[in-house]
Design a protein around this ligand. Structure first.
Ligand code: SF4
Length: 347
């Protein structure tokens, strides 16, 4: 247990050998559908684009600290609203698109579950999120009905469907954001995306003047070696495990990484949104991981039982990913081999 804690006490950086034959470049970028992006080699951190090694201020805001002091769990949430896409980018982390959208039953439960927790960054991903207007409006209905709020919103899009009806959805979602600090919608105008943006989004300067919530990705330096990106031989990085967000698939499954293909998301779920007790336990466990990583809280003074549950959850997720052949980054796989047995239990 003491050794296991070194992972979180070092804010996600391990003090272990990194000579295992997995992974490669760190802190890279990937396909827009992954829920993490940025212009300058961003890493995944609660679905928020960030420069390498930089903890985004929005994750350490006064609201976060107040929530922690009040003992409330606060984590990021990524929602995969659809697996459809109008493009087939050569680097896409999700792999082949699927003719599947988040059903009403999942959306309705998502709203109820999220109404019970505190959310830092709320990310909507896909596929192409703006392809399915009816799904987005249903999601807004569900969130509003359950009084869901979040600190800030982030949606990555190829931008092709950014028409007035989609802008209304963005405005509905922004009304739920209590502390929006950066762009809420990022258009993937990188070298991999080929599509015609509608006016005014084809003119970034004009678009930003009209819609302060829009941002543009620009050139991508590298991609995740997962999904269709697995076939790319250069400039790829390996999959990372989250320590401060959960990913909810269109099917209602819960994962601890937004770096995965649809296939691996299906194979490696740690639970489902339909199990309320499991959902709340995962939220608490992820929050404990984030507490230690972000605030340096001593887990022995915080909640030792939750800490143990958090580490077990991490073991379970990594074991599933390794079994599925996912190319995990060196830090996560080394931590697993040092602290867990082959069944994914803490040693
Ligand atoms: S636009 Fe579609 S194919 Fe391209 S990266 Fe995004 S989800 Fe993948």
């Amino acid at each position: 247990m003491r050794e296991a804690l070194s992972w979180v006490q070092e804010a996600g950086v391990l003090q272990v050998p990194v000579d295992l034959p997995v992974g490669n470049a760190e802190g890279a970028t990937e396909g827009h559908g992954s829920g993490a992006a940025g212009e300058e080699a961003p890493a995944v951190f609660g679905g928020v684009p960030q420069a390498d090694g930089e903890v985004p201020s929005r994750l350490c805001s006064e609201e976060d600290e107040e929530a922690e002091e009040a003992g409330e769990a606060m984590i990021g949430v990524v929602i995969e609203i659809t697996r459809r896409c109008n493009m087939a980018c050569p680097h896409c982390v999700r792999g082949e698109k699927q003719a599947f959208d988040m059903p009403d039953a999942v959306i309705d439960v998502v709203g109820r579950r999220l109404g019970e927790i505190e959310i830092s960054t709320f990310t909507i991903t896909g596929g192409e999120p703006f392809l399915k207007l009816d799904r987005l409006n249903r999601l807004c209905d569900s969130l509003e009905a359950n009084g869901v709020t979040f600190e800030d919103l982030w949606i990555a899009t190829n931008g092709v469907y950014l028409k007035p009806d989609r802008i209304k959805v963005i405005e509905r979602l922004l009304a739920m954001a209590t502390n929006q600090l950066g762009p809420a919608v990022e258009i993937s105008n990188d070298q991999y995306h080929v599509g015609h943006l509608p006016a005014p989004f084809n003119d970034p300067e004009l678009a930003r003047a009209l819609y302060p919530w829009v941002g543009y990705r620009g050139e991508m330096k590298s991609v995740i070696g997962e999904g269709r990106g697995e076939a790319l031989t250069e400039g790829t990085r390996s999959v990372e495990i989250a320590d401060d967000y959960i990913y909810i698939t269109a099917k209602g499954d819960i994962s601890l990484s937004c770096d995965l293909s649809f296939e691996h998301l299906d194979q490696c779920a740690v639970s489902t949104i339909f199990d309320r007790d499991a959902f709340l336990a995962i939220v608490r466990a992820v929050d404990v991981m984030a507490d230690v990583a972000d605030y340096g809280i001593d887990p022995e003074d915080d909640d030792a039982m939750s800490m143990e549950a958090a580490l077990e959850l991490r073991c379970e997720q990594i074991a599933a990913l390794l079994n599925a052949g996912v190319r995990l980054n060196d830090s996560d796989s080394s931590w697993f081999f040092n602290n867990c047995d082959v069944d994914g239990l803490l040693i």
